[in-house]
Design a protein. Structure first.
Length: 522
C-alpha cells in the first residue's frame, strides 16, 4: 500500500520546514519525512534538569530573510537581543555597533603591539567587507514579499538596490580565496591570523569570514530557545493539513515510479520531491533512471567531504547568571592563549593509542577558540533560579573522534575533553567554574552525525577544503542551487549551496517550494 502526495519533503530541518510551510499553505498535499524523533535538525533546544541548551546553532541572523519569512507566513517568534563579545586572554571587546570595530582593533593591538599597522589593514578589510554585506542584505529579500510588488517599491527600493548589488557582488567575487591566505598577505604574524580565523572552518572564503563582524551585530535570540523556530514552523505545516512523520528515515528513492520507502516499511508516492537532507544519503538510496548527469553528480557528492564539525560541552552551573554576564555576556568567542593553533602539528600523524595524541588534544583545547553561550542571559526562564546553563563549543575534526571510537577510547576522550575545557576556562575567565558544576554533558561530531544524519557530522554542508564543491557557490546563481539531475526531484538546505547557514537554508527552502509550485501549477 502507498499513500500519494503532491509533494514529499525529505528532511525536517529549517530548509525542509520552510518548503513544507509554503507548499502546505498553497494547498498541496504535503508530506515531510524526518529521520529524527523531532523536527529542527541543528536548530534545536533540549531541556535537562531544568536547564535549556541549544544543541546546534546558538543564535539567529536575520540577513533580510528570517524576519520577512516569519511575516510572510504570519508567524510570531519573539526575538531578544543577543549581544556578542570577543575575548583573547583577559582582553575583551563587546560588539554593539559598527563603531565597535575600533574597539576590536584596539584589543588586537593590546595583544599584538608589534603589529599595529597589520591590524589596521585587517580592520580596514573587515570594514570594507561590512559595507558589501550591508548592500547584499540591505533590503528584505523580495522573495518573501507579496506579489506583484508595487511600482513605488520597484522604482524606489528594488531597482536602486539592484544597482548597488551588482557592484557589491563584483567586489565579493574577488574575496573567494581562503581567509588564511588573504590575511597572510596582510601580516606575517601567524598567531595574529589565528586569532581572527581559528573559529572559522578551514579555507573559509575571505568574504564570508570577514563579514562575520556584521553578522554578529545582526544576531538575535528567540525567546524560549532556538528550538522555538522549528516548533512554530512545524505547527504551521500541521495547521495547514501538512503531514509530518518523524523517526522515519528514507531507505529508498525510486525516481522512476516517484516513490520513497522508509525504515518503517512504508511507501509514499509523490508528484514532486524536495530533498532537504544529507546529499550522500540521497545518492545512496536513489534507484531508477540513470544518466551521465546523475552519475557525475553522484561521483562528485561521494568524493566530497562534509564541513567541519564541533565538540560541545553543556554545563549546569550553580552560579548566578550575573557571574557570566560580568565575564563574557550572553554569547562570546573566547581564546585563552594568543599562541594560535598554527603552532600545532597535524594530529593525523600520531597513533590513536599513543600518549602523544592525548597530549595533542590537550594542547589543542588550550589554544583553540571557544564559542560560549548562556541562554539564561537572554531569557531568564531557561535555567533554574540562581543557576546558569553554559554551552561551550569548539571546532573538532570528525575523523579524530571517529579514530577515538575505532580505538575504543571514545568515552574516555569525551570525558577528557570535558575536564580539559573546564580546566582551561577555570584558569582563565571563570575562576569559580570548576567548583560549581552540577552536571556535564558532551556532544561530538559523532553525536551530530547520529542526530542529523549529516555526513562527517557536518554542521554547514560542504567543506571548503574540497577541490571542487558538488553544490552551487555563486551568490548570483543561488536560484539554480535547488535543481538536481534527478527528474522531479529538487533540493534545498545546507548541502545545496555553499557557504551555508540558517538564512541560506530558509532561502533555498523557499526557492524549492516556488519551483515545485510553478511546476505543479502547470
Amino acid at each position: 500500500m502507498s499513500d500519494k502526495y503532491d509533494v514529499v519533503i525529505v528532511g525536517g530541518g529549517l530548509a525542509g520546514l520552510t518548503s513544507a510551510a509554503y507548499l502546505s499553505r498553497d494547498g498541496y498535499r504535503t508530506l515531510l519525512v524526518e529521520q529524527s524523533d523531532e523536527t529542527g535538525g541543528l536548530v534545536h533546544t533540549f531541556w535537562h534538569r531544568g536547564y535549556a541548551f541549544d544543541a546546534g546553532i546558538r543564535a539567529f541572523e536575520n540577513s533580510g530573510i528570517l524576519f520577512p519569512m516569519l511575516r510572510d507566513l504570519g508567524l510570531t517568534v519573539e526575538c531578544l537581543p543577543n549581544p556578542v563579545s570577543i575575548g583573547i586572554m583577559n582582553e575583551w571587546t563587546k560588539l554593539h555597533t559598527r563603531a565597535s570595530l575600533e574597539d576590536y582593533q584596539d584589543m588586537l593591538t593590546r595583544v599584538f603591539p608589534a603589529n599595529t599597522s597589520d591590524i589596521q589593514r585587517l580592520t580596514d578589510s573587515i570594514e570594507a567587507t561590512m559595507g558589501y554585506m550591508d548592500v547584499l542584505y540591505g533590503i528584505d529579500n523580495p522573495l518573501f514579499m507579496a506579489r506583484p510588488p508595487s511600482m513605488e517599491y520597484l522604482t524606489k527600493t528594488l531597482l536602486p538596490w539592484l544597482l548597488k548589488y551588482r557592484v557589491a557582488i563584483s567586489k565579493v567575487g574577488k574575496l573567494v580565496e581562503p581567509v588564511q591566505h588573504y590575511l597572510d598577505r596582510l601580516t606575517d604574524n601567524r598567531a595574529l591570523v589565528d586569532m581572527v580565523t581559528q573559529h572559522f572552518f578551514k579555507n573559509t572564503p575571505a568574504f564570508f569570514a570577514l563579514s562575520y563582524f556584521s553578522l554578529y551585530l545582526d544576531y538575535c535570540y528567540p525567546k524560549g530557545g532556538t528550538g522555538v523556530l522549528p516548533q512554530r514552523l512545524t505547527e504551521f505545516v500541521q495547521a495547514h493539513n501538512g503531514t509530518i512523520m518523524t523517526d522515519e528515515a528514507v531507505t529508498e528513492l525510486d525516481a522512476t515510479n516517484r516513490q520513497i520507502r522508509t525504515s518503517r516499511q512504508q511507501a509514499y508516492e509523490y508528484a514532486k520531491l524536495v530533498w532537504a537532507a544529507d546529499q550522500k544519503t540521497l545518492y545512496r538510496v536513489l534507484k531508477g533512471p540513470s544518466s551521465q548527469q546523475i552519475s557525475r553528480q553522484r561521483d562528485a557528492v561521494n568524493s566530497a567531504k562534509g564541513s567541519d564539525s564541533v565538540l560541545s560541552v553543556f554545563l549546569e552551573v550553580n552560579l548566578d547568571a550575573a557571574y557570566f554576564e560580568d565575564k563574557c555576556g550572553p554569547h562570546a568567542f573566547y581564546t585563552a592563549s594568543p599562541v594560535g593553533l598554527s603552532s600545532l602539528p597535524a594530529w593525523s600523524a600520531l597513533d590513536s593509542t599513543n600518549q602523544l595524541l592525548q597530549d595533542w588534544v590537550s594542547r589543542y583545547l588550550e589554544l583553540t577558540t571557544y564559542e560560549i553561550s548562556c541562554p539564561v542571559l537572554r531569557d531568564p526562564a531557561l535555567a533554574p533560579d540562581g543557576k546558569t546553563g553554559v554551552i561551550v563549543s569548539t571546532l573538532m575534526d570528525y575523523e579524530l573522534t571517529r579514530t577515538m571510537e575505532l580505538a575504543g577510547t571514545y568515552e574516555a576522550f569525551k570525558d577528557a575533553c570535558s575536564r580539559k575545557i573546564v580546566q582551561v576556562l577555570t584558569a582563565s575567565i571563570f575562576p569559580d567554574l570548576a567548583g560549581h558544576i552540577e552536571s556535564t554533558l558532551c556532544a561530538t561530531p559523532l553525536t551530530i552525525r547520529r542526530m542529523t544524519g549529516n555526513s562527517e557530522g557536518a554542521i554547514t554542508g560542504w567543506a571548503f577544503v574540497n577541490a571542487a564543491l558538488p553544490a552551487e557557490s555563486r551568490l548570483e546563481r543561488m536560484s539554480h542551487a535547488i535543481y538536481t539531475p534527478i527528474p522531479n526531484v529538487y533540493q534545498c538546505g545546507q548541502w545545496s549551496f555553499s557557504p551555508s547557514g540558517l538564512p541560506v537554508s530558509i532561502l533555498t527552502g523557499k526557492l524549492a517550494s516556488d519551483a515545485v509550485h510553478k511546476s505543479l501549477r502547470r
